[in-house]
Design a protein around this ligand. Sequence first.
Ligand SMILES: [Zn+2]
Ligand SMILES: [Zn+2]
Length: 757
Amino acid sequence: MKRAEIKITGIVQGIGFRPFIYGLAEAHSIRGWVLNDEKGVLIDAESEDRDLDAFVQNIPKLAPPLARIESFDVKYLAPLGYTLFEIRKSEEAQEKFVLISPDLATCDSCFSELFSAGNFRYRYPFINCTLCGPRFTIIRDIPYDRHKTTMAPFTMCPVCRKEYEDPRDRRFHAQPNACPACGPSLRLKDREDQEVPGDPIEKTLDLLAEGKIVAIKGLGGFHLACDARSQDAVSSLRSRKVREDKPFAVMCRNLEEVKEYCAVTEEEANLLQSVERPIVLLRKKESSPVANAVAPYQETLGIMLPYSPLHHLLLNGPLKTLVMTSGNRSDEPISYDNEEALHRLSKIADYFLFHNREIHMRCDDSVTRIFEGRPYILRRSRGYVPFPIKLSFPLEMILACGGELKNTFSLTRGNYAFVSHHIGDLENLETLTSFEEGVEHFKRLFYIEPKAVAYDLHPDYLSTQYALSIPKIPMTGVQHHHAHIVSAMAENGIDGDVIGVALDGTGFGLDGTLWGGEFMMANLRDFDRLAHLKKLPMPGGSMAIKEPWRMAMVYLSEAFGEETTQLRIDLLKRIDLRKWDILKKAIEKKINSPLTSSMGRLFDAVSSLLSIRDEVRYEGQAAIELEKIADHGVKEGYPFCLREDDVPMTIDPTEITRRIVRDLIEGMPSSRIAGKFHRTVARLIIETCEVIRSKHGLSRVVLSGGVFQNILLLSLVTEGLRSSGFHVYTHHLVPTNDGGISLGQAVIAHMRLFQCV
Ligand SMILES: [Zn+2]
Ligand SMILES: [Zn+2]
């Protein structure tokens, strides 16, 4: 006879862990009990030696798929002579911190019940169990218990209650458990808030098939849906949403349907079907029957599979693929409340498919792709959040406020960094409110009272102003690109000095100029700027970001001086030279022409030089389209100049501009020039790293920043660096764009404020 006390921590609550233990205990003739405590799950088990050993071994081996076991401690004690196994009531404890599960895609068992005619939840759009369903988006407060979720207003019927209380049942303590008799329900309304009679799903399917746009309430907010194959429907959605070129995500019934549109590798298929169900960027097939307006000028499509029972029902009708884009007007946060959606989306959607389960926390779909066989996350939100990033050492409790575009914040506690859901571009009051509510919610959920605050150095960012307004707390400003590099270091669990290559559009520099083509020697606390792209003016400030032709003209002037306007290239035929004259004077007089070393601006300039994009309609568009047309087979590049005597060293791309112009005049196809340009930038990065290695003896390179969303460039750089003998670290858990910087800020703040040197 043996008795063991087993302590398990991690994500082990609210995901069917106790019923699993109960069943396993029965199978191995175990007596004793299991309960949820403040740290996770506690088991007291007693049996014959062999049975107990098998029980202990099988817990981690057979644990429910959603469990994330962080620690597993077994202590052997004197037997007490238990006679049965039971699930005990949770202990009230001092410290109530537990991890909370993200929202989970419908499991196989619920899916098959959803479509079996005899089941009492047949076609019930809110079916769920302990293995699936809403979590993060419905939790108002902790502990995770039904009355503290938005399911509180629904009283379970006797059948649901019985399942909920039966430890052998799949729905034992499934907090959102519901059925048609007692749970949430759907209502279809028109834009005047008038109810549309009939079965809401059947009717919605009809409307979608007719080419109508329907706002559909989902797990983390509203989607705007329409027939993805109908050019008319998609075009009218695009024009009503005032989102001219930004790609829409689509949802396909199943993997077979996805393959109609895109080539899918095994890793991509796994990611599509993962329980997180993110949007996966896939290479579009030539023959793809999706309407062109879904993702104009793109070589990829963002596709996801259904993740809620409602989605499964909507995609089981005549339409197997729907546009499912965020329910917002451009630049605003996604709508998540019925009233508010009706108000904000009534000029976009023809109809509204509502339900009466409230969404407490809005949460956008996550966006991913595969790089080198692993997920590469571009937007980390629904399905991933609020699961923390595990750090290699414990941190003080810190609030890091993130940047401006694609904002996330982070709160830390011990070895965990809770990186928030995607808040959006912090440029308006709606988004700022969403940010502030998010911070308060995370603090409450995870019992975090920050001891320090970290913020970006840009004085105009709303996240920075928010941080600076918090009274009486130590705080530290973190340089944007340093935060990028440390965020990649933190998720890779590395420390010490590294070569950090941070390439992006804009980040406030220590000298007050806009940085973005940065090579640094960095560690978790400090950095030294060792090299950067040559500084050039951005005529008109942020207008130069919206109008890449301005940067093209700046680069041309740098290379050709007075002769610029005589060049026989198409760009000069397109632009208004009088406007350029004015801008040139502004540059000379240093009026609204801030200096930048941004790599993003160089990509913009080349995109405009190649007649791809003179003006952009969303962030990064010019560079994305430049990547799209680039010929991957090109082997040669352009010369550039690395001025090693400058401190910091300067990378001068003037010769690149000259050669591109020469190629243009000789009639070389843009795809070839774009290919040569990508090779050149990769070469420039590798050679700069080699020079830094020879001077400083560093051989680890960390790559971060929005420019590395460019997969062609990322591949060329990582391959080149590796064959030159470097160890290369890239992002996989948090985004390489500004959605990742809050993590880096938190780690830097901890090192500076709480770690003695
Ligand atoms: Zn389920
Ligand atoms: Zn019920």
